[in-house]
Write a protein that binds this ligand. Structure first.
Ligand code: NAD
Length: 487
């Protein structure tokens, strides 16, 4: 690969995301030669660390990748630490001088990547100081990477976007949705548009319904501070679920270029019409997990978790039915669900096809609708469920499964989402990032649901290690359907 040149400034360099995701991703890019001699990383955070200590942090963060010691050491020499309070203008001057010095020292061509990897409350402050203290260069590129959450509702997202676009042009802003960096999400367009057997039947004429499940087995872990204010709808649906939905329903782009893909995605987001209160209440359910005994061990309920209010009204589960206002999807429900403390961790998408109009063997009790399931994680692959004849002289229909999974070893060795996405930023490719038109449409949709919920005082519950409340099953059974995946 061609070597990238840049000074990469990470706001939140001592944080969890930086250590768990960003340093390993950068090291893998280094091993692949995307980063080589001409790059430097400045980590900033409040703690007063020395460069030596920072090198240890970076080397510890990449230890799990089994690096050659000499290579890990050489990599760490590209890292510099600056103690920095993001609200103090003077600190940006020091930062600017350090960046200029490293630009010379590593011959990075004036290219800058600013990575906002800290609490979202600071995103606007950082952006405005980057402008007022002139941290953007006139030579080379300036690119901003911004983590989630992108706002809390439409109004705050708009305010944040306005403050970013006051400093950066839209084509310099890379809004992370790490689902877009996942192998099987990136595979969706290839799978849909490079297969004759699917391309022509991916519409309302042949598809009965679409299901999107993003299930987590873990609870809120150490992230209650953030999660209490967000909840499942904002944390997962507004971003990841909506992005997956757009990849599943968009029309074929004219070409595989950023603008053509975005144009088709935009049509989906434009077709996402916010529900009125009554429809929102009827089509979306929420709930919070309560404690249960799982495999002989007591699992705490959400309200007993550290940092969670004893009367918390935060939903840890959401299920909903979405209808797109597009001619090719008229009448096709898209059922979505996501939550914490569900039975098993899995992200999977299922398309159920309509039954054949006049089956030769009649409506056999044993025949099932054809279904296609795409497995995103933890395993990666597809399954196609079809009807066939059971072995023997009689004529009984029975469902058969065609199953493909990526080899787990090969899948584990493939680049992780953050590596792909940082690589995209260095190349200036915005395809796998979210755009303002998408965000604004999805926030309008989410706000309408949140408004309906805020009128209902009682938070429904579900026991830990189940697939959510009964209402999530009723949502489909009232339509004469059921969830395909019922672990
Ligand atoms: P964290 O709390 O572990 O780290 C926050 C960082 O910000 C620390 O380095 C801290 O020193 C620094 N900081 C805080 N206040 C500061 C100030 N006033 N001046 C300078 N530095 C300050 O957070 P995190 O989990 O790494 O998350 C960072 C961002 O990434 C957030 O936007 C989060 O939503 C997002 N994110 C995190 C994860 C994850 O798995 N941790 C996943 C997806 C997105």
């Amino acid at each position: 690969p061609e070597e990238s040149r840049a000074v990469i400034i990470i706001f939140g360099g001592s944080g969890d995301l930086a250590s768990r995701k960003l340093y390993p991703a950068l090291f893998n890019l280094y091993r692949r030669g995307v980063l080589a001699e001409h790059f430097a990383v400045i980590g900033t955070a409040r703690r007063p660390w020395s460069d030596e200590h920072y090198h240890e942090v970076v080397e510890t963060a990449i230890a799990g990748l089994n690096p050659e010691p000499a290579q890990a050491h050489a990599f760490a020499q590209h890292f510099f630490y600056q103690s920095h309070d993001v609200t103090d203008a003077d600190h940006y001057i020091t930062l600017k001088n350090l960046a200029a010095k490293l630009d010379d020292q590593f011959a990075t061509g004036g290219n800058r990547v600013f990575y906002m990897a800290m609490a979202p409350d600071f995103f606007e402050t950082i952006a405005s100081h980057l402008k007022s203290e002139h941290l953007l260069t006139d030579v080379g590129f300036n690119r901003l990477i911004i983590e989630k959450p992108f706002g809390h509702d439409y109004a705050s997202a708009k305010e944040l976007n306005d403050s970013l676009t006051a400093t950066f042009d839209d084509d310099q802003i890379f809004r992370i949705d790490h689902y877009l960096g996942k192998e099987m999400i990136q595979n969706l367009l290839a799978f849909r548009f490079d297969n004759t057997i699917f391309e022509g039947i991916w519409n309302k004429k042949y598809i009965d319904n679409i299901q999107i499940t993003l299930a987590e087995a873990v609870g809120v872990e150490e992230r209650a501070g953030y999660y209490e204010k967000a909840g499942a709808l904002r944390d997962m649906v507004q971003n990841h679920v909506m992005q997956v939905l757009s990849y599943l329903t968009m029309d074929k782009p004219k070409s595989f270029t950023t603008n053509d893909i975005l144009a088709e995605k935009d049509k989906v987001f434009a077709a996402l019409k916010p529900y009125d209160l009554a429809t929102a209440k009827a089509n979306f359910v929420r709930a919070q997990y309560v404690g249960a005994e799982v495999d002989g061990k007591a699992v705490r309920g959400y309200r007993e978790e550290e940092g969670v209010a004893a009367d918390s009204q935060t939903a840890t589960f959401v299920a909903g039915k979405i209808m797109l206002d597009m001619p090719q999807w008229q009448g096709v429900p898209i059922y979505i669900r996501t939550g914490k403390r569900l039975t098993r961790k899995s992200t999977q998408l299922t398309l159920t096809f309509k039954p054949v109009a006049a089956p030769l063997f009649g409506q056999s009790a044993d025949s099932k609708p054809d279904t296609l399931t795409i497995y995103i994680e933890p395993s990666e692959g597809y399954s196609l469920q079809l009807n066939g004849k059971a072995l023997g002289t009689g004529l009984t229909i029975e469902p058969d499964e065609l199953r493909y999974r990526h080899d787990p070893k090969a899948a584990a060795a493939a680049p992780e989402a953050y590596e792909r996405l940082i690589n995209n930023v260095l190349e200036g490719d915005q395809t796998n990032f979210t755009h303002w038109s998408e965000l604004s449409a999805s926030w309008h949709f989410i706000d309408a649901i949140q408004a309906a919920w805020s009128q209902e005082p009682n938070m429904p519950t579900y026991p830990a290690a189940t697939m959510g409340p009964q209402a999530a099953f009723d949502l489909l059974s009232r339509d004469g359907r059921e969830w395909f995946w019922q672990p």
